[in-house]
Every structure is written in structure tokens, then in C-alpha cells.
Design a protein around this ligand. Structure first.
Ligand code: CP
Length: 324
């Protein structure tokens, strides 16, 4: 029997996926193109491939998660990896073991990929410098959530056929949102116009320097938008009064049918989840079967994470495996 054909070269020329900032439009398009194949695979009865057979993936979540953790687990299993979900709440972290000691301990077991979520911005990059395997950032503090931006882009591209020349309004708690940051980097890199729409207390200083337009009125910010991307109000990251009350926040900043009328008639409604219904979004628009793509975003999440695991695994093969 001849040897199996070597895997195609990876369309992703990096060892880790730590953020969207700095990725080229070509690299992003390559990841989205590969994700398309995994959308199709995930809709088949037999959803498994052997792309990661023999590989070990450890998911290490220091913050809660439903969508990201479940989809990374599914993605790894569909690609044939051995997937370990480390239960941080039952780990030696509770005895005071540090992030880096935890990472070095796991590294000694020769994983191929670590998927890490952490509450501190920069923590995942720091960890990536200490281990031999590939690292994927599953969300670090208010910094980046790269696979969320990729799955959002895939959802938009499949619905509207492109990412360039679109007006995207990202609305709500921009200040605390890693989803907003990653989406801003991705959408600007791929040629969209990006608006951030929020009260002054929830907009980071100097955000306009990234190349976005800032709006402090929902109807103005949503005017003629193709995409309305709502963000969760991250009360767990707030100390003090960023908003007067949740009721008042919904009145001025919550997406409802009346405010949505400012956007294009077929504008898509997006939300990364988890949603706070009645705080940043009204159930009528969240559940609008014609315009809300929130469930589709979740489906795209599995495909995008399969693509990311695939390319990073191929990169390990390209360099002859990780060094001991
Ligand atoms: N969008 C997102 O990151 O959701 P989870 O916190 O449930 O993973």
C-alpha cells in the first residue's frame, strides 16, 4: 500500500491563534473557506474525519462557557482527536496552582493543542510562550475572542455573500467586550465599515483610532446598517455604575422592533450569546426567524473551530511535530 498523501499545506501561517489583530484578509478568507467544508461535514450523518487522529486537545476554561467550550469539544471529536476537558473548579488551581504552573503541568503530558479561556487580557498569550504545543485563545478578558469573530464572519458571508462594503453596527457594552475587539479587527481587515454604538461609559477611550465610527444614539448608529450586532451587558466585569439601571439601559440601548427600523429592511440581527433578553435585546427581534441569525452563529461556531484545529494541527506536522 502506498503511503497516504501528505496533508495539504495549512492556509494559516502561524503557530497559535491568539487574536484576529494582525491577520491578513487572505488568511481570514482561507480559514472561512475551510470552515465551509466543515459546515457541510457537520450536516452529514457521519460527521467524523481523521484529521486529528492521534492528537491530544486539552480545553482549559478558567471562565464559564456554553457555546465555545461545547463547540471546541465537538470540533476536536469530529476531527478524531483525544479531547480532554480540564475541570478547573476540581483542579489544583483551587489549591493555588498558578496559570503558568498549570500550563507547564499540562505541557508535560504532550498535548498538541491547548484551548484556553481566561479572565485576564493577555493571559493566553503569556501561556503560549511557555508551552510546546499550539494554543487557541477561547477568550481572554476584554482583549480578544478570535473564533467568535471568525464564526460571525462566516455567518455574514454565507448570508450576504461578502464581508466588504457592509455597514456593521456593533452595539452595547463595547468597553468590556472581547467579541467587539475581535470583530472590529476582522471586519476592518476585510473591508467593512464598522460603527460602535453605546453610551459614553461603555466605549473604550480612543476606540476611533482603530478606524471605527462612534455613535451615542441607537437610531443614528443603526441607520442603513446591514448588520446589527448586539453585545451582552457584562455586569460581571463592572464595578460601579456604568449604567443607571437595566430598565433604563433597555429603553435607550436595547434592540427592539422600533429601533431596528432605522437599519436596512433586511438587516441581520446577531448576538454572540449568552443573551440577556429584555436588557440588550427584545425577544421579538432575537427570535425573528427571518432576520435573527443567532442560532446560525452557534452552528458556524463548530465549523470554524474545526477549521482552526485542523490548520494548527497541520502546522505541527509541517514542522515535524513539536519539540519535547
Ligand atoms: N459567545 C460565547 O463565547 O459564548 P460562551 O461564553 O457560552 O462560550
Amino acid at each position: 500500500m502506498p503511503d497516504p498523501a501528505p496533508p495539504a499545506p495549512s492556509p494559516y501561517p502561524h503557530r497559535h491563534l491568539l487574536g484576529i489583530e494582525g491577520l491578513s484578509a487572505q488568511t481570514i478568507a482561507g480559514l472561512l473557506d475551510l470552515s465551509e467544508t466543515y459546515v457541510e461535514l457537520s450536516r452529514q450523518v457521519d460527521k467524523k474525519r481523521a484529521v486529528m487522529r492521534g492528537r491530544t486537545q486539552i480545553n482549559l476554561f478558567f471562565e464559564t462557557s456554553t457555546r465555545t467550550s461545547t463547540s471546541f469539544e465537538l470540533a476536536g471529536k469530529r476531527l478524531g482527536a483525544d479531547v480532554i476537558n480540564m475541570a478547573v473548579a476540581r483542579s489544583a488551581v483551587q489549591k493555588g496552582e498558578t496559570l503558568l504552573d498549570t500550563a507547564l503541568t499540562l505541557n508535560a503530558m504532550h498535548p498538541d493543542v491547548l484551548v484556553v479561556r481566561h479572565g485576564d487580557s493577555g493571559a493566553v498569550e503569556l501561556l503560549s510562550q511557555k508551552v510546546d504545543c499550539a494554543v487557541i485563545n477561547a477568550g481572554d478578558g476584554a482583549h480578544e475572542h478570535p473564533t467568535q469573530a471568525l464564526l460571525d464572519a462566516l455567518t455574514i458571508r454565507r448570508r450576504l455573500g461578502r464581508l466588504d462594503n457592509l455597514i456593521v453596527a456593533i452595539c452595547g457594552d463595547i468597553l468590556h467586550s472581547r467579541v467587539a475587539r475581535s470583530n472590529i479587527h476582522l471586519l476592518l481587515a476585510t473591508g467593512a465599515q464598522v460603527r460602535v454604538v453605546a453610551p459614553p461609559t461603555l466605549i473604550p477611550k480612543f476606540v476611533d483610532r482603530l478606524g471605527v465610527s462612534v455613535f451615542h444614539d441607537m437610531r443614528e448608529g443603526l441607520r442603513d446598517a446591514d448588520i446589527v450586532m448586539m453585545l451582552r451587558l457584562q455586569t460581571e466585569r463592572m464595578q460601579g455604575g456604568f449604567v443607571p439601571s437595566l430598565r433604563e439601559y433597555f429603553h435607550f440601548w436595547g434592540l427592539d422592533q422600533a429601533k431596528l427600523e432605522a437599519a436596512k429592511p433586511n438587516a441581520l440581527i446577531m448576538h454572540p450569546g449568552p443573551m440577556n433578553r429584555g436588557v440588550e435585546i427584545d425577544s421579538v427581534v432575537a427570535d425573528d426567524i427571518n432576520r435573527s441569525v443567532i442560532r446560525e452563529q452557534v452552528e458556524m461556531g463548530v465549523a470554524v473551530r474545526m477549521a482552526c484545529l485542523d490548520v494548527l494541527t497541520r502546522n505541527l506536522q509541517d514542522v515535524g511535530g513539536v519539540s519535547p
